[in-house]
Ligand binder design. Structure first.
Ligand SMILES: [Zn+2]
Length: 360
């Protein structure tokens, strides 16, 4: 199984220059190779192959000494990229899909290059890149599995490294354990086993900042420079929060899927229709989405079951006797005349699980 990890890079000035140099050299090479394929086809009716083009690289370096300042495998990968673009084009034509012929790349459309095998290594807080230098990297999590390729990307003036890793698909032992999960605003979720899944502190802080920035944007005058700046900052923060959420959802979902064999969630589509739409809710919503999505795909690939149920009255119904016990959002404890008392969300989570078991 392939898995991709993306990390932010903080190259110093010289490393930035080296990255842009490599990028530009790769782009020019790409366009040159494309031109040669087109010319060859016009002359002979035959395009050039990947191997034919790859074999020209040593010769090119003689005429364009600058190419020696780019890692040789990075250049080889440019040949591969063009070949893939061709393959995609012909595959689409075969299947009758819309197909665009491979195009020449302007600077704005060429923003990455790849080390397909070697020439890169993670050394503590740095990523060592051949012909570029030691670039500071923010490893917010350790890549799992065998790192196959490393792609350096520049996007909106920011630098990233994407590692594509080969992870072994370890089959999980079967589990009889079942769990209902109630998604909340104060806490990300509470389970039918009574476990609370909080949003981590750093994520909370980022979400608070997100709210501030959103307010800042709405206060500024439309069309003003200050508003544009605020919008840009908001977009940047959105991206950061989205990444943090994703990482957290990965961790939580992995833990859950390792342990349980059946998962019951509220159906988020129904949830969205019934509950009101304020800001806190819309922020919580993206957290829920991530959790449900990640649990679902991990569960499915491990042969575990996920059931979504209609959340109607799951927080009002007593999970012990079935009685409806009305309570406002402020009431955090479910207390029933049958004698059953539980955390409001835990009671809801048990109802969600019971509904799921009824439905399967
Ligand atoms: Zn009861």
């Amino acid at each position: 199984m392939q898995r991709t990890y993306k990390f932010r890079l903080y190259p110093a000035k010289e490393e930035q220059e080296n990255i842009h140099f490599a990028l530009e050299r790769c782009r020019l090479l790409y366009n040159r190779l494309l031109a040669e394929r087109i010319a060859a086809y016009k002359q002979t009716g035959q395009s050039l192959t990947y191997y034919e083009q790859k074999a020209t690289l040593p010769e090119r370096k003689k005429y364009i000494p600058e190419l020696k300042n780019v890692h040789s495998q990075v250049l080889q990968h440019v040949v591969e990229r063009l070949d893939k673009a061709y393959q995609t084009f012909f595959r689409r034509i075969k299947t009758g899909e819309k197909a665009g012929f491979p195009r020449f790349k302007p600077e704005s459309r060429y923003n990455s290059f790849t080390y397909p095998q070697s020439g890169f290594s993670i050394e503590g807080k740095h990523l060592r890149l051949s012909k570029i230098g030691d670039v500071r990297i923010r490893l917010h999590r350790q890549p799992q599995g065998n790192i196959k390729t490393c792609t350096i990307m520049v996007k909106n003036g920011k630098y990233y490294a994407c590692f594509s890793c080969e992870v072994e698909n370890v089959p999980l032992p079967a589990s009889e354990k079942q769990i209902g999960i109630d998604l909340g605003i104060l806490r990300l979720a509470v389970t039918s086993d009574g476990e609370r899944i909080e949003s981590p502190q750093f994520l909370r802080k980022s979400e608070d900042k997100l709210k501030q920035k959103q307010r800042a944007v709405s206060k500024k005058k439309r069309g003003s420079n200050r508003r544009r700046k605020a919008v840009r900052e908001l977009a940047r923060l959105h991206e950061k929060v989205a990444n943090q959420r994703k990482d957290y959802a990965h961790q939580v979902s992995r833990k859950l899927v390792n342990e349980y064999g059946l998962f019951a969630f509220e159906d988020l589509n129904i949830q969205r229709m019934v509950k009101n739409h304020h800001l806190a809710k819309s922020i919580a919503d993206s957290g829920w989405n991530g959790l449900v999505q990640f649990v679902t795909y991990k569960a499915e690939s491990a042969g575990r079951q996920v059931v979504q149920v209609n959340p109607y009255r799951t927080s009002q119904r007593c999970s012990n006797c079935g009685e409806i016990v009305p309570k406002s959002l402020a009431v955090r404890v479910h207390q029933c005349s049958c004698g059953y008392t539980a955390d409001r969300d835990e009671n809801a989570a048990i109802n969600i699980l019971n509904l799921a078991l009824k439905n399967i």
